[in-house]
Ligand binder design. Structure first.
Ligand SMILES: Cc1cc2nc3c(=O)[nH]c(=O)nc-3n(C[C@H](O)[C@H](O)[C@H](O)COP(=O)(O)O)c2cc1C
Length: 382
């Protein structure tokens, strides 16, 4: 799926350019190309302007396949229930909603920080008892101290998948990015995360490289998993604008002529072809080969408050990496596929459960965010 693989098609692609609109010919839809609202009213019943802004900033959180699984019920002014939409669950690769809850934690972390920026203290109570509960957290905002936190950090965070150098991560940078920010950690009874860094050429780094390639191969050829992925890829600009979620060629970093080609000729069926599955594994093999190593985060249990907390701490770390020119790429397939899922903690000599496998590396230049977001009224239930 990389640029070179598609160059052979470029002649055909360019010949067809005459008949395309400028938009589809020039580039894929990026976040900045779409207005925040899709024609909806700028205010919603029960939500003030700054609360709309808080929810928009919360929605800039990462989520698996960019499903943006969150929903917000307005119980009364400044009292919300955050939940998830079953239609946006990844039941094949994430049957226990483990990753869903991590993503919800990231959303809650952004929400708490954004609320603080607007002078509110957010009280978060986890109400989900089972991973399949739709209502997850009860949130109350009350006027409090304004926190000093640059909005830009939330707006500029993004997942980067290419362009990593293979420089080992400096100890001071590791310390800085894994520093637990106690101010934003609001959940009682949730354990503190432990993260372990493995350079790529360490025995553990090699195990993670090899395991990630093989787990991706297994998943790419597991039809239900590939079908689920196909449902979340928005190949054309039209689909991207219609759904404003899922993965786009831009967010998958398929650029230039390759991007042009896939936007115009790829569809759901293309993802199920053997050639696409093989290319996916080839790209992963190249990615894992060039990076500064791996961060693995483990926990003593996988209870709901733990998963939410690990999502919060993950997001808090992501908000600090850009300033150090560090990129982090979650590569979750070893946690989704057997036998790695069962074996990984033991193979790495870690106690408990592994929650995150993160490829990490320095970038020479940091690209702006491109992944799409649904307008706030699409996920708020008034
Ligand atoms: C729980 C979780 C698991 C993820 N797993 C992967 C993964 O295996 N591979 C990958 O490329 N990105 C993965 N991501 C990153 C998402 O694809 C990404 O956050 C989403 O597309 C939105 O893009 P953004 O982070 O640039 O806003 C994961 C994110 C989360 C929260």
């Amino acid at each position: 799926m990389d640029r070179r693989s598609f160059l052979k098609f470029s002649g055909k692609g360019i010949l067809l350019l005459g008949g395309m609109s400028m938009m589809s010919a020039c580039s894929g839809v990026k976040r900045e190309d779409l207005p925040r609202l899709n024609g909806e009213k700028t205010s919603l019943k029960g939500l003030e302007k700054d609360e709309m802004e808080i929810l928009y900033l919360a929605s800039l959180a990462p989520s698996g396949h960019n499903t943006q699984p969150w929903t917000v019920k307005i119980v009364e002014p400044k009292h919300w229930v955050i939940g998830s939409d079953k239609k946006r669950w990844l039941t094949t690769v994430d049957p226990d909603n483990r990753e869903l809850l991590l993503g919800m934690g990231a959303f809650i972390e952004n929400l708490v920080l954004a609320a603080g920026i607007f002078g509110y203290e957010a009280d978060v109570q986890i109400i989900a008892k089972n991973a399949s509960d739709l209502d997850i957290a009860d949130i109350r905002l009350r006027k409090g101290k304004t926190i000093e936190f640059p909005l830009e950090k939330i707006k500029k965070r993004r997942t980067v998948r290419s362009g990593y150098t293979d420089q080992v991560i400096k100890t001071e940078d590791l310390k800085y990015i894994t520093k637990h920010d106690s101010k934003s950690c609001t959940l009682p009874h949730a354990p503190s995360p432990h993260s372990f860094y493995y350079p790529n050429n360490s025995p553990q780094g090699k195990y993670l490289q090899e395991g990630t390639i093989e787990a991706n191969r297994k998943q790419a050829f597991r039809d239900p998993a590939q079908e689920e992925l196909a449902n979340w890829i928005r190949w054309s600009n039209k689909e991207a604008k219609q759904y404003r979620n899922g993965l786009t060629p831009e967010s998958m970093e398929i650029k230039g002529i390759a991007g042009l080609f896939v936007r115009n000729f790829y569809n759901r069926q293309s993802v199920l072809k053997k050639s696409f599955r093989d290319q996916t594994v080839d790209i992963v093999a190249k990615q894992v080969n060039t990076c500064g190593g791996w961060l693995v985060v483990n926990s003593s249990d996988s209870n709901i408050p733990t998963l939410i907390e690990y999502g919060k701490v993950f997001e808090n770390m992501l908000l600090r990496i850009r300033e150090r020119m560090i990129a982090i790429h979650p590569m979750t397939q070893m946690l989704e596929e057997e036998p790695w899922k069962k074996q990984i903690a033991k193979e790495l000599g870690l106690a408990g459960d592994v929650q995150w496998i993160l490829r990490i590396g320095y970038l020479k230049s940091y690209p702006d965010p491109v992944s799409l977001r649904m307008p706030v009224p699409w996920f708020v239930k008034t």
